[in-house]
Design a protein. Sequence first.
Length: 139
Amino acid sequence: MLTIREAPKSRTAIAGIYTDDKCTTDTRFVFSREFVEKVHTAIRRFRKTFAVDCEDDSVGVCVSRFGIFMLKDIKAMDQWHTCMEFLAQTEDAMNWAVSTCMKRFTIPEELSNGVTTEPREHLKCNQEAVASRRARGIV
């Protein structure tokens, strides 16, 4: 299970060029969405200082007390936050579908092939799967 680590407000992200052997390789947490955005800004500023665009593989950010993280790790944290938001929205939509009276809707004849009139059982099963993944932080 991944946990969200809150970096203190005074924490600065120092972007630079780092080698793989200096970087954190076993990350079991993600930074908060706000801090990930702060890190992305620091990396963009750092990359703009070069006349030639440096490779993504070599650019990283040093966060004191946490270590050095490569750009790919920061991108993965950003994607994790995005996926968690999508899972939350999916869960909300499924809750709405389960609690909505389906008799209020009509299915056009041309679309009714293979459509069940009582989708609640399928929704409940999928709803449990989505809730379980979201609770564990697994995408």
